[in-house]
Ligand binder design. Structure first.
Ligand code: NDP
Length: 483
């Protein structure tokens, strides 16, 4: 049986079920990925507690379904106002639990604020359409229209790499649409999710609407996915876990935002000096732990040498170190195990024709930004998702060849092309097999209202508030017989 919590000054973090902080039998220490210091003790939910959270969300779904749009919008607007006030605290939480350099953590908080702003606005724009019934012989004398109704309980499972904004991409539209939520954040980054849940409570969200359950994915995540009271699972994370969820979800709606090895094409007419900063950001921000991180560059032979030289020089200048230092650009990967995995992938390239132009080693436990040229497509750094500060740069002789290389991937999230040739841009926008084509920027470009999602093993369904709202509502048809 779960116990409610009285003490407030504890470093322990609890489950949030039905508006209450709930104790668990087991706690796990949460360590900073950079300093290895203990940051908090996190409640580990058992299956019974996950079922209690689902029950709370299920029993509250009627409250949310009846709440008018203006009230849902007001709660989201209050969350925006509170988060603006607490932005520095929010950024520090992200940095401490994920080692995201503070400059990028601040940028994530700014985007999170926008995501909730868009959610507040979209809450007021949920509508159906009228149907021209008399276009069918059997429709004469009828009028009809569609409504969009909340789907009910949404299970939201989120990754570590944008622990605040990717929670916002699920919680924001879910509440805008009038749903209730059971949120399971990544085990390494529960603090951002718990912080946001407190803000929602302060903003007046009724108890039971947003329940946060921490603990291992294999226990908490699976219990959410398998429960019949959950109508939809929205998941962001790795392809392997996403595919497992899809296989178990049965008839539940599923949105899967998965990984990628995103690519950029650089055409022969590009001024290389103009694009280096964007390529550095695309490849190395958040240590490359971004689902649309720039992992593969295909540069035209006319600009290839210049690009490699200037890109390498710029990467060497990036400051490596403590994520709380405002000048740090690159800090630790999310775990030591991840760093070891990536070093193994770099080692594999050494027995091929590839060249490491910079990086490839750890500096005080932090992987240096790494650039590898002439990498064969069968190498792991090329064909799998690196999720690390690694980028390959290969020479191509034509845009057609570059597109073929980009499409030679299990993934298809976003791709970019720098070109001044409008025919090449148009051709690339049609021929690239991805969810989004970014012309004259890196594939890492994202703002939070745009439709976002992938093809192939990058997933299914779209986020971006308006598009997530479509996934998080059910269409209902109403037909009136006038005779
Ligand atoms: P994981 O797939 O390891 O974990 C994601 C979430 O799933 C975590 O909350 C995890 O919990 C949970 N989980 C683990 N096992 C199960 C299970 N059996 N059933 C249900 N849930 C489970 O991803 P990471 O956190 O490592 O994130 C990195 C991945 O996310 C990359 O592949 C990246 O590309 C992708 N991603 C995609 C984005 C997109 O929008 N397309 C955006 C950001 C990231 P626990 O932490 O407890 O294991």
């Amino acid at each position: 049986m779960s116990k409610l919590v009285n003490e407030t000054k504890s470093t322990k973090q609890f489950l949030i079920i039905n508006g209450e902080k709930v104790e668990t039998a087991k706690y796990a220490a949460l360590y900073s990925p950079y300093s290895q210091e203990e940051i908090a003790q996190i409640a580990m939910a058992n299956k019974v507690q996950v079922l209690q959270a689902i029950a709370a969300a299920y029993n509250t779904r009627g409250v949310m379904a009846k709440m008018p749009a203006y009230q849902r919008a007001e709660i989201l607007e209050k969350v925006v106002a509170l988060l603006i006030k607490k932005a520095d605290e929010a950024a520090e939480i992200i940095t401490r639990e994920s080692a995201k350099p503070i400059m990028f953590a601040k940028a994530e908080v700014a985007r999170t604020i926008e995501t909730y702003k868009f959610s507040a606005e979209e809450a007021k724009r949920i509508h159906g359409e009228t149907i021209p019934f008399d276009a069918a012989v059997g429709g004469v004398g009828r009028i009809g229209y569609t409504l969009r109704e909340p789907i009910g309980v949404i299970g939201a499972i989120t990754p570590f790499n944008f622990p605040m904004n990717l929670v916002a991409h699920k919680v924001g539209p879910a509440i805008a649409a009038g749903n209730t939520i059971v949120l399971k954040p990544a085990s390494q980054t529960p603090l951002s999710a718990l912080f946001i849940a407190e803000i929602f409570e302060e903003a007046g969200l009724p108890p039971g609407v947003l329940n946060v359950v921490t603990g291992p994915g294999s226990v908490v995540g699976e219990a959410i996915v398998e429960d019949d009271r959950v109508s939809m699972v929205t998941f962001t994370g790795s392809p392997s876990v996403g595919i497992g969820i899809r296989n178990k979800a049965g008839l539940k709606k599923t949105t899967l935002e998965l990984g990628s090895n995103s690519a950029l094409i650089i055409d022969k007419d590009i001024d290389i000096d103009q694009i280096i900063d964007r390529c550095i950001m695309g490849a190395f921000s958040n240590q490359g732990q971004v689902c649309i991180s720039l992992q593969r560059v295909y540069a035209h032979e006319d600009v290839y040498e210049e690009f490699v030289t200037k890109f390498t020089e710029a990467a060497k200048k990036l400051k490596i170190g403590d994520p709380l230092d405002p000048k740090t650009y690159i800090s630790a990967l999310i775990s030591k195990g991840e760093a070891e995995r990536v070093l193994g992938w770099i080692e594999e390239t050494k027995s091929s024709n590839a060249t490491i132009t910079t990086g490839g080693k750890l500096q005080n436990g932090v992987l240096e930004p790494t650039i590898i040229t002439n990498a064969d497509h069968s190498l792991k750094v090329s064909c799998q998702e690196a999720f690390a500060p690694i980028v390959i740069v290969n020479k191509v002789h034509s845009i057609e060849e570059a597109i073929e290389q980009v499409n030679d991937s299990r993934f298809g999230l976003q791709a970019g092309i720098y070109t001044n040739n409008v025919k090449n841009a148009l051709y690339a926008s049609q021929a690239l097999h991805v969810g989004g084509v970014i012309i004259n920027d890196v594939p890492t470009y994202r703002v939070d209202q745009m439709p976002y999602g992938g093809v192939k093993e990058s997933g299914t369904g779209r986020e971006g508030i308006k598009y997530a709202l479509e996934e998080m509502t059910e269409m209902k048809l109403v037909v009136w017989n006038q005779s």
